[in-house]
Design a protein around this ligand. Structure first.
Ligand SMILES: *Cc1c(COP(=O)(O)O)cnc(C)c1O
Length: 390
């Protein structure tokens, strides 16, 4: 039986046509498609007092966020242990030190009160991440950051296309990072973006992303390059290429379909799973959400069994994520007791969620999940470990 995969990209005629157009243009590096993608993305996000720069990965965007925030050796960056490896590595890459705080039990985003307790005079920034289909408490985060003079780096890799109080995610934070990697809601095959507040930061990013070269976008965006330029700063090879931007443009063109169908599948899951006593999932209003991951929480003692059962029914699952404090490279980082994180890390399971997901696929997922709990409760013969687990 072919497994229902956790992720599945929506690639249709538009993406194939975009790739062909780009190959026929023959300018494969940064050029006019990148200009168009940045413009369309800025419009979609409704940027008014923010500017964005596209780069080759979301990780590069996070690293550049650390650089433009002037973080470096001796600086502490507070972030949930419940975060992506990419965020920890970006902090470490500039020589700063992650300080790990706990997450909120209701949606596994940053527990700002826990973060507050970890502040020292060396604290310089806080990295927050929206998770699955849940958003951070941005007002509380910003008030916390203002109290302590911290930069806020907002990892919005999961919340592309979401809205908060009428504003698109990406349009209001201090620094926002987006990812368009192979599995994200909107993919460029690979890609990322960083949204910043000032023209000075924008100008700096235009150089940092292309080896520190004063290679003006106004030239490159015409599919040309300058042959003389200055290099005044350490830079990185992080620019986005035309092919990736072309795919991204095709994807942005169908963002409404992507968003609507992902929401529909989440609502379907929520209906099917209502009333299962040993299964938790965030009960949120999806009206303003473009969901990236649909995760559930099962009792830690049965998670392996649950995942194996689903696999046997042809349903693959994932775990997002292993918490930061479990990694050797972060073993010496200061942290709080991480009570919620430790528990959640043993319970979370990501179920398959695709744009335009086939009805048979999502039914198979829901049947398998419901079937596991029916079986465990003795409705059908089989495992009794859930009862054992109490
Ligand atoms: C995907 C992801 C990243 C990294 O983005 P890439 O484009 O894969 O480099 C960072 N943070 C979160 C939360 C992610 O989901």
């Amino acid at each position: 039986m072919k497994q229902v995969p956790v992720f599945k990209p929506l690639l249709e005629d538009e993406e194939k046509q975009a790739a062909q157009d780009c190959l026929e243009l023959g300018w494969l590096g940064m050029g006019s498609f990148v200009a168009d993608f940045e413009r369309r993305l800025s419009e979609y996000l409704g940027l008014t007092d923010r500017r964005l720069v596209c780069v080759n990965t979301g990780h590069s965007a996070l690293h550049l966020a650390m650089v433009v925030a002037d973080l470096g050796a001796g600086d502490e960056v507070i972030t949930p242990s419940f975060n992506c490896v990419s965020d920890f590595q970006a902090i470490l890459q500039v020589g700063a030190v992650p300080v790990l705080c706990d997450a909120r039990d209701d949606n596994l985003t940053i527990d700002v009160d826990a973060a507050e307790a970890l502040v020292t005079p060396r604290s310089k920034a806080v990295v927050i991440m929206d998770y699955g289909n849940g958003l951070c408490d941005y007002e509380k985060v910003q008030a916390f950051a203002d109290r302590h003079g911290l930069r806020v780096i907002h990892d919005a890799a999961h919340s592309m296309g979401c809205r908060h109080k009428g504003k698109m995610i990406g349009s209001f934070s201090d620094l926002t990072m987006l990812s368009f990697d192979p599995v994200k809601t909107v993919t460029c095959l690979d890609g990322g973006a960083l949204v910043v507040r000032s023209e000075a930061e924008l100008a700096r990013l235009y150089e940092l992303r292309i080896l520190g070269m004063g290679q003006p976008p106004s030239v490159m965006y015409q599919n040309k390059r300058a042959w003389t330029f200055h290099v005044n700063d350490i830079g990185f090879r992080y620019h986005m290429i035309n092919m990736h931007a072309a795919i991204g443009l095709a994807q942005l063109g169908k963002i409404d379909k992507i968003s609507r169908t992902r929401r529909e599948t989440c609502r379907y899951y929520m209906e099917r799973f209502a009333g299962l006593p040993d299964l938790r999932f965030p009960l949120i209003d999806l009206e303003n959400i473009t969901p990236f991951i649909f995760y559930v929480r099962v009792p830690g003692e049965v998670r392996d069994e649950f995942r194996t059962f689903l696999l046997d029914q042809g349903v693959d699952t994932g775990v997002h994520w292993m918490p930061g404090h479990s990694f050797g490279i972060l073993k010496n980082c200061r942290r709080d007791d991480l009570t919620v994180t430790r528990k959640a890390a043993r319970e979370i399971v990501s179920l398959p969620l695709h744009s335009c997901m086939a009805p048979e696929a999502r039914e198979r997922v829901a049947d398998a999940v419901v079937g596991f709990f029916d079986r465990a409760r003795g409705t059908t013969p089989g495992s009794a470990s859930l009862r054992r687990a109490g």
